[in-house]
Every structure is written in structure tokens, then in C-alpha cells.
Write a protein that binds this ligand. Structure first.
Ligand code: SF4
Length: 349
């Protein structure tokens, strides 16, 4: 099968098998952009709700640009990789101020916008403007590595250029680059699965080198991830008169821009209040109220919440019931809703 036939098979298959997702009913570049950012590292079932809430809250790029960052982060809460939301907000402002409120129509111009990388630029340029730029996401890497039996690790530096070049050759044979890109991604998501690919339902079976060689389970090759690092986070709850202190995370670290309670990071697990008092040089009485573990892609967070009835000048002091207006990382949000903001019905018991 030559490149021309492969592209045609993908297009025909896509037209017959694509899922009717909300962002597939539009070619509005702003909506396509939102969907691409939201769906990175996210399952469709989880991301769809976020997409619909975003287009309702911010129906145009001007609405997104005019929003407060906290509003955007609040809507993003729970989706993880918060830099995506911060970059999206920054990019919306750049488009409004430097591009007259319109996303540019070419791949080259799109990549000039902060936070729009080659992947997202290729998706917008091909789906909305018919430019022949291949989109190489995790699904496409998998399909291509099996189809052409490529053993270059897909998370290596060389892989990007190598796979992009194959994608480019394929997309140049089609007149519908948008559907071709979406077809490749959909094929990876529905048929060419990481484990147990459904080769008997694949339109590319007869030309797939890995299928013919019986090596589908060996591909794609990936360099193993670095070992996860463990961090010990101690959140300090200064609770008095229905008020509490919160602060915004501003340093270059996880959860930048989100809110938290005053934080002390320790090198080992703090097990009792005396140890905490020594660490933070405090005369207050502290009690441990909750402990949880939270896993991020490269970090294991062991989080302890400590409370005191004292006050602190750290951050700002707000009513506990107003915590719901701020964007918090998932483990803190969970703690807030379980321990600090119980349902009114439970509160009266
Ligand atoms: Fe993937 Fe199997 Fe299709 Fe090859 S034949 S592209 S391994 S689903």
C-alpha cells in the first residue's frame, strides 16, 4: 500500500466511524483550539464536560481574554497540568491585542502565539483552514510506529522529526488534511490501542508492518520515565472566627497560579505536632486533621493538613465559606469540600 492509499483508507474509515464529539460539529478556530488544549493528556469522557463549560463561560476569544486568570483556573480545576490554562489565557490576550481578535490562519503564524506549539498549530491549521500539516499526538505516534515498524523511542528527540516527516508525506497525498489528521488520531484512540490493538477492525491491516511481523505489542518503543520523586507538604490552617488564610502559588512549580493554605515543605514526613512546631518555630497548638497522598506524573505528594486556632499574617484572610470561589489543586479542593465546607444538611446535624 502506498502513501496515497493509506491516506485514503484512513479518510474513508474516519467518515464511517468517527465519534460525534461536540468540537467535530464546528470549524470555528477558537473552539478547535480550546478542544485541542483541553483534550491533551485528558480522556474524552472527562474533557467533554470541560469543553462545554468553557465555551459556555467564554463563547469568544475576547471573553476568554477579558476573564480574570482565577476565573479560568477555577473552571479548569481538576483537569491537571494547569500551565495549559495559564498559557491559554495568555494566548487569548495576545490574539486580542496583536492579531485583532482572530486566530491566525496559517501554521507558521499560529506557532508565534505563546502556548501554541506545533501540535496545536497543525490541528487548527489543518482542521479549520485546510493546511497540510500533520498532527502527531500520542495516538498518531502509535499508529505510525506500528504501520512502518519504527523502533525510534517516541519520547526521544529524534522521534519528532522522523514521525513528522512521515506524517507530512502522508498528508500531502490527501485533499482533506483536517479529516485525515482527525482520522489518524481517531484510529489510534479506537482501534490501534496501546494494548491489544484491534487489528481485525483496522483499515490498514494489510499494509501494517508490525501486524505482518507479529510485533504490534513491541511498538511503540518508549524511554522509561524517571523515577517519581516524593515531596512532603504540610498545609497550615489558621482557623479562627470562621476565617482562614490562603495564598497564591507564584513560584515556578506545580500548581502555579492556584491557591493553597500557607505551606511548609519538609524533607521527611512530619508525624506529630511537636515536630511541626519545631520546624516552623511556632508557639501555637497544632493538631493534625487529615493526611492524603496524591500522585502526579513525576511526583508523589504526601500531604498533611494541620490546624490551629491562631492567626497568621501569611497570604490573605478570607471567610471559610468563600473558599469555593478560589481555584485549588485537586487534593486541597477535596479536603475543603469534605472537611471545611460540609453540605448544609450535614452541617446542621
Ligand atoms: Fe495498529 Fe493493528 Fe492497524 Fe497495525 S493493523 S495500525 S497495529 S490496529
Amino acid at each position: 500500500m502506498n502513501f496515497n492509499t493509506i491516506a485514503l483508507e484512513v479518510l474513508v474509515w474516519y467518515r464511517q466511524n468517527k465519534r460525534m464529539l461536540p468540537w467535530r460539529q464546528t470549524s470555528n478556530p477558537y473552539f478547535i483550539w480550546l478542544s485541542e488544549i483541553i483534550m491533551q493528556q485528558t480522556r474524552v469522557a472527562q474533557g467533554t464536560g470541560y469543553y462545554l463549560r468553557f465555551i459556555e463561560a467564554f463563547p469568544t476569544i475576547q471573553h476568554l481574554a477579558a476573564a480574570e486568570l482565577n476565573e479560568v483556573l477555577k473552571l479548569w480545576e481538576g483537569l491537571g497540568y494547569y500551565s495549559r490554562a495559564r498559557n491559554m489565557h495568555k494566548a487569548a490576550n495576545q490574539v486580542v491585542n496583536a492579531f485583532d481578535g482572530q486566530l491566525p490562519k496559517t501554521f507558521a503564524e499560529l506557532t508565534k502565539i505563546s502556548g501554541i506549539g506545533t501540535y496545536t498549530a497543525a490541528a487548527i491549521a489543518s482542521i479549520c483552514f485546510g493546511e497540510k500539516q500533520p498532527v502527531i499526538d500520542g495516538n498518531v505516534y502509535r499508529v505510525l510506529s506500528r504501520l512502518f515498524s519504527i523502533y525510534t523511542p517516541i519520547n526521544s528527540h529524534q522521534a519528532k522529526a522522523e514521525f513528522f516527516s512521515i506524517g507530512k508525506n502522508l498528508i500531502h497525498t490527501t485533499d482533506n488534511p483536517g479529516d485525515f489528521n482527525q482520522g489518524m488520531m481517531e484510529l489510534g484512540a479506537l482501534v490501534c490501542l496501546p494494548k491489544k490493538p484491534k487489528c481485525n477492525h483496522c483499515p490498514l491491516q494489510t499494509c501494517c508492518k508490525a501486524y505482518v511481523d507479529g510485533t504490534t505489542e513491541l511498538l511503540p518503543v518508549k524511554i522509561p520515565k524517571k523515577k517519581s520523586k516524593t515531596r512532603f507538604l504540610n498545609y497550615l490552617l489558621y482557623q479562627k472566627n470562621e476565617q482562614i488564610n490562603i495564598e497564591q502559588r507564584l513560584e515556578k512549580d506545580i500548581w502555579k497560579g492556584l491557591f493553597q493554605f500557607p505551606l511548609v515543605e519538609s524533607v521527611t514526613q512530619i508525624s506529630d505536632a511537636d515536630e511541626l512546631k519545631q520546624l516552623i518555630k511556632s508557639a501555637e497548638n497544632w493538631s493534625k486533621v487529615h493526611f492524603t497522598t496524591h500522585q502526579l506524573s513525576h511526583q508523589t505528594l504526601r500531604i498533611t493538613f494541620w490546624t490551629t486556632s491562631g492567626e497568621s499574617a501569611h497570604g490573605k484572610r478570607i471567610l471559610i465559606e468563600d473558599l469555593k470561589h478560589y481555584a485549588f489543586p485537586v487534593p486541597l479542593k477535596r479536603f475543603i469540600y469534605i472537611k471545611l465546607l460540609p453540605l448544609p444538611a450535614l452541617r446542621t446535624k
